[in-house]
Design a protein around this ligand. Structure first.
Ligand code: AHM
Ligand code: MG
Length: 335
């Protein structure tokens, strides 16, 4: 049950029993993400002021070193999840290797690992364009009470128990799923509380927006080129509108509300595209499927891909069901 204007805290408590293996642990984890999101939001919103406040160089007025915001976000999420002793391992797009939490402590009975992209699209920060945090949660596969291993992180997307994003946009939202639909919460910055503003979010089955970095067109596979030409053709409800923010969370969020498709294909420069399977594609794919949409690499369902390394990249096609299926049909035809 969800009620509009319910707070995220109330929503988490009310829905706790609907989790598959409910013990309150996942609820506490989502609560920690909520806290870190608020801290990062506060910093992101000051981004334009940082140069003014810290004009003297690399230090701010408190004499603290200024960090790039993606490093700051990374530290905050890791700190919050570690301090609250809520997970047994974390992997981050910003870290070379995964982090094992309290690995020496046999009393650490935590079951979950978290994978995060702490500040996705961070090159947009300098120009005041929306950025986001993406997160993904799995149950560990190795025994509780032992140090986590790579196997705990290299799980297929279909094994996710929760996933979501925070969008630091014109307003700040936390959008997540625990496998029972997608709900969006908007932050009231005056009192620091997230309220349920977008219950049961669904992608429209069809859409009229395509989002792709067309500057790379010449390097795209033939199937993607053909699909882009199809989007541009004057016929029926086409041509479609082109909208590309260059910030996955923002492009995804808009497409979910309005109907659309996001593409980051492979190219002759990047043989596997740019986006990371574990930190970006799997969580967005889980959200997409929970919101009646689709995500694939052009041929295969994203959440069925067996990961082989932490920072693995995959081509990504995600959005309104009929649009993704159309794109896949062009991919197959061009093969
Ligand atoms: P990042 O994790 O380094 O920020 O890269 C991911 C971002 C996505 O948010 C965005 O959709 C894409 O990179 C944009 O890439 P490009 O500038 O090549 O179009
Ligand atoms: Mg990223």
């Amino acid at each position: 049950m969800s009620r509009k204007n319910q707070t995220l805290g109330e929503f988490i408590i009310e829905n706790q029993t609907s989790f598959k293996y409910s013990s309150g642990e996942l609820s506490r984890l989502i609560n920690s993400i909520r806290l870190a999101a608020k801290v990062v939001n506060h910093e992101v919103n000051k981004a334009g002021l940082v140069d003014i406040i810290g004009a003297a160089g690399d230090t701010n007025i408190q004499g603290e070193d200024q960090q790039k915001l993606d490093v700051y976000a990374n530290d905050k999420f890791i700190q919050t999840l570690t301090n609250r002793n809520i997970v047994c391992g974390i992997a981050s797009e910003e870290e070379d290797d995964f982090i094992s939490i309290n690995s020496q402590d046999e009393n650490n009975q935590n079951k979950y690992v978290v994978l995060i992209d702490p500040l996705d699209g961070s090159s947009n920060i300098d120009v005041n364009v929306s950025v986001g945090t993406i997160f993904s949660v799995y149950r560990r596969v190795t025994p509780v009470g032992t140090p986590v291993t790579l196997d705990d992180f290299l799980q297929k997307g279909s094994q996710q128990v929760a996933a979501g994003y925070v969008i630091y946009g014109t307003s700040t939202m936390l959008v997540y799923t625990t496998g029972d639909g997608v709900n969006g919460f908007t932050l009231n910055p005056a009192i620091g509380t997230f309220y349920l503003s977008h219950p049961d979010m669904q992608f429209p089955k069809d859409g009229k927006i395509y989002s792709v970095n067309e500057g790379n067109y010449i390097h795209f596979p033939q199937g993607i080129k053909d699909y882009i030409k199809y989007c541009q053709k004057e016929e029926g409800d086409r041509p479609y509108t082109s909208r590309y923010i260059g910030s996955l969370v923002s492009d995804f969020h808009r497409n979910m509300i309005k109907g659309g498709i996001y593409l980051y294909p492979k190219s002759s420069m990047n043989s596997n595209g740019k986006l990371r399977l574990l930190y970006e594609c799997n969580p967005m794919a889980f959200l997409a499927e929970q919101a009646n949409a689709k995500a694939s690499d052009g041929f295969t369902r994203i959440m069925d891909i067996e990961p082989t390394e932490l920072h693995q990249r995959v081509p990504f096609v995600c959005g309104s069901k009929n649009m993704v299926e159309k794109c896949e049909s062009f991919m197959r035809e061009a093969q």
